[in-house]
Design a protein around this ligand. Structure first.
Ligand code: BGC
Length: 805
């Protein structure tokens, strides 16, 4: 097995570390649980069969060992590494992240679970595996959320679902929806936004799309899993209000409106309990309050106690070890776990299983329409990129006769997506240089050759190592190639435009660093200065392209580049999609779903990221690596992202909801359906394209609520919509509906959602700071919108940030 350049082995490393820290020494009897795992090969006539007999009859016919076998996955198997599989029969699909155990005598098949949110990932790269199957790399989550276009995301979801089904997979392990709490979060690229509404709606759209094809989505990582540092041991200490309004709210929105077939519990603890062992989270909130109907699986090797996981309602323990099967069997035998509870966990899995392609004996082709999917990937990427700056009409670059000097390694080597389980087994990734060339632009050949030979030479000098060495010591990406000043000056004469391309990558297992990652490197800063000096002296524009997975410091660029295009990590068609925007073939309409601050320290979570470690309690695992107990306290409370920046008047570099277009839009005054709120109220606005080219606008509705008994953010996003493609002079009216829950905040001491009486202001705008019109209404009497259970309470008080404090 050879890891690709962009494939980060941290997840495997952590898995191996975790596995070795646990013991797999088991009585041989348990290794031979009397199951026949090949689905359908030996069904016995007189036994109830899944799909034919009622589920209760199937469960009744199961032995205790079979039940425990079913709620524990089949084990993680990558060629060459054995990890205590519960069932050594061949996997249905090699190289994917997990399988459940089949019980042939009862017609129960083994199901396949594959990563991840941005496309199907095989731990064996498709290039190196026997079947040579490639999959589509879609744009990463952060980019999709920047579309603010749920119809587009659903369309991508349908194509994604077709592909999952065509490869014989039952569940995709995505989407990932955790909140962008801090810019350094190593997996932020897999997630959507700092805001629960954008996050929840985008997730619902992709889940509804995927599941419309008859395969399952797995929403993850439930919940409050916002960092990679000490990810398997960190205790997230957070108030009930911040949980309900921010960290659970996105899951709630997505789950209620899309019923994902599976939920993946996270690695961390919340207020002292592993999420996978939390009855409050998985039963009281998820099932009883939200009405969730699917099943819950653990994250890979997450949590400690499989019996507690069963009691909490974590139906499936993944990827599964023989030790976990034994623990569950023993607990039932010695009365620690009631068999009825085990039966409920089994029933939830079987219920969903009935819908899976494998249960339905779907004959998969292994040949999805990859060409069509590549087109959808390109469309979604182009429709979601965010134009941050465009001075003096630097973009679009009209006329392909222009010669472009492209600076930056990744302009020639696209970062299509992040690393770890979020990587994709893609066949190719179109670089910007290729995209420009395919569109007919002249990319400076000499510069291209210099970069290309530098990158080739680097690769030749740093060949991929054997699997384990690569796991221990991954080959880093090539450092930025330096173009000398005099060459830059010469290019400023011979070319018409400079493109300054900045790339960043990250992924599972590690958070990013401030120096040389969040911040630009000295070399990058130097490159910005010399390129902008030379090209501006020659009166030629410099366009910056950001091919990044998470927020970076844009300040060194902001005042120097003429235009800045935020391409995020745009999937395999990235170079084409970037060129679509650059050429004006697509008018940019993406908006930021995450704030870009002026300084990292402006972020309210920096004080508590990634939290405290307790090294004296560390345990040692494989390769001498340590597992360190840790905790992080969310002292910023609900003031995450723009909720903080707006309320505390901290000016960001680029605010939440911001994004430019090649045209301009006018907003009519806001019209409300009533001046008094009575269970429902609508707000309408008419948007007109007042510029010269066709374009789409995202309208954002924020609400300011009275803050009498509770502190409130100065405003919160409550609805958004994207117009269709408006021709110049054309208009579209958008009507938003507000319901009681949009007015309410969570009152922790009473465990209820309360809308306070008083004056509410609707603010509709083009970003969280660019409000175009406001209108007010009144709520006469305070309203208890929903009464919830007391759950997930912190063990001690949290010194939470409050306005005026
Ligand atoms: C990751 C999950 C992933 C799973 C299976 C874990 O390490 O956190 O997101 O789905 O592995 O690969």
């Amino acid at each position: 097995m050879v890891l690709t350049k962009n494939q980060h082995p941290a997840s495997l490393l952590l898995l191996i570390q975790t596995i070795v820290m646990k013991s797999f020494c088991l009585p041989s009897s348990l290794l031979c649980i009397a199951l026949c795992f090949s689905f359908g090969s030996s069904a016995q006539n007189n036994l109830p069969q899944l799909g034919k007999a009622p589920i209760s009859a199937v469960i009744k016919a199961m032995t205790l060992e079979e039940k425990a076998g079913l709620v524990v996955g089949k084990g993680f198997s990558i060629p060459g590494i054995s990890m205590g599989e519960t069932d050594k029969s061949p996997d249905k699909i090699t190289g994917i992240s997990g399988h459940s155990v089949g019980i042939a005598r009862l017609g129960i098949p083994s199901l396949g679970f594959a990563d991840g949110p941005a496309g199907i990932h095989k731990f064996m790269n498709a290039k190196d595996s026997a079947d040579k199957l490639f999959t589509t790399a879609w744009p990463v989550g952060t980019l999709l959320a920047s579309s603010w276009d749920t119809a587009l995301v659903k369309k991508l979801g349908v194509a994604f679902g077709e592909e999952i089904k065509a490869f014989g997979i039952d569940f995709i392990l995505g989407p990932g929806v955790n909140i962008h709490r801090n810019p350094l979060g190593g997996r932020n690229f897999e997630y959507y936004s700092e805001d629960p509404l954008v996050s929840g709606k985008t997730a619902a759209a992709i889940i509804n799309g995927i599941q419309s094809e008859g395969v399952g989505a797995t929403i993850k990582h439930f919940a409050a899993n916002n960092q990679e540092t000490n990810r398997m041991s960190v205790n997230t200490i957070v108030s009930e209000r911040a949980l309900r309004e921010i960290y659970l709210r996105n899951f709630e929105i997505a789950i209620k409106s899309s019923q994902p077939w599976a939920v993946m519990s996270s690695y961390n603890l919340i207020n002292g309990t592993y999420t996978s062992e939390s009855h409050d989270l998985l039963t009281t909130i998820l099932r009883n309050e939200w009405g969730y109907k699917g099943f819950v699986m653990s994250d890979w090797f997450g949590g400690k106690d499989p019996v507690a996981q069963m009691k909490a309602g974590n139906n499936l323990v993944m990827p599964g070890t023989t030790a976990q099967v034994k623990a569950i069997v023993d607990a039932v035998k010695n009365g620690q776990l009631s068999e009825a509870v085990l039966d409920e966990n089994v029933a939830d899995i079987l219920n969903v299983m009935l819908q899976t392609p494998t249960s339905k004996r779907y004959q998969y082709s292994n040949h999805p329409d990859l060409k069509k999917h590549a087109e959808i990937s390109r469309e979604a990427a182009a429709e979601s990129m965010v134009l941050l700056k465009n001075d003096a009409g630097a973009l679009p670059v009209t006329g392909t006769a222009k010669t472009i000097a492209l600076f930056g390694n990744h302009g020639y080597d696209l970062i299509a997506g992040g690393t770890g389980s979020g990587d994709v087994s893609k066949a190719y990734a179109v670089s910007m240089a290729e995209g420009l060339t395919n569109a007919g632009y002249k990319v400076d050949k000499e510069l291209q050759q210099r970069y290309q030979s530098y990158l080739n030479e680097y690769e030749a000098k740093h060949p991929k190592k054997a699997l384990l060495q690569e796991l221990l010591n991954p080959t880093p990406l090539a450092p930025e190639y330096t173009v000398d000043k005099s060459s830059i000056e010469q290019k400023a004469v011979s070319s018409d435009i400079a493109i300054l391309y900045i790339g960043r990558n990250a992924g599972e297992g590690n958070d990013r660093k401030i120096a040389d990652d969040y911040e630009l490197t000295a070399q990058e800063k130097e490159m910005i200065t010399s390129i902008t000096d030379a090209f501006h002296a020659a009166h030629k524009p410099v366009i910056a392209v950001l091919n990044i997975g998470g927020v970076i410091d844009v300040m060194p660029l902001r005042d120097k580049a003429d235009a800045i295009l935020l391409a995020w990590q745009p999937g395999q068609e990235g170079g084409h999609a970037i060129t679509d925007i650059l050429s004006g073939r697509v008018n940019p309409s993406g908006k930021l779903a995450t704030t870009f601050p002026v300084s990292y320290n402006d972020e309210p979570s920096t004080k508590n990221f990634p939290g405290k470690e307790f090294p004296e309690k560390a345990t040692t695992g494989m390769f001498g690596m340590k597992s360190i107990p840790a905790e992080v306290t969310y002292e910023e409370g609900i003031y995450v992202g723009y909720r903080y920046f707006n309320t505390f008047n901290v000016k960001p570099a680029y605010e939440f909801g911001y994004g430019l277009s090649y045209t301009s839009f006018g907003y009519s005054p806001v019209k409300l359906s009533a001046a008094t709120f009575n269970n429902k109220l609508t707000a309408s606005v008419t948007i007109t394209n007042t510029g010269k080219v066709a374009g789409k606008e995202v309208a954002e509705l924020y609400l300011s609520a009275p803050a009498k008994t509770m502190d409130k953010p100065s405003e919160e996003l409550k609805a958004f919509a994207k117009t269709g493609l408006l021709q110049p002079g054309k208009s579209q009216t958008i009507t938003f509906t507000l319901t009681p829950s949009d007015l309410a905040s969570y009152k922790s001491d009473a465990s209820l959602w309360l809308a306070e009486a008083g004056n509410y202001t609707v603010k509709i705008g083009a970003s969280s700071l660019n409000i175009k019109g406001t209108a007010s209404f009144n709520l006469r009497k305070e309203l208890v919108v929903e009464k919830d259970h007391k759950a997930l309470s912190p063990q001690a008080g949290i010194n939470e940030l409050k306005p005026g404090k």
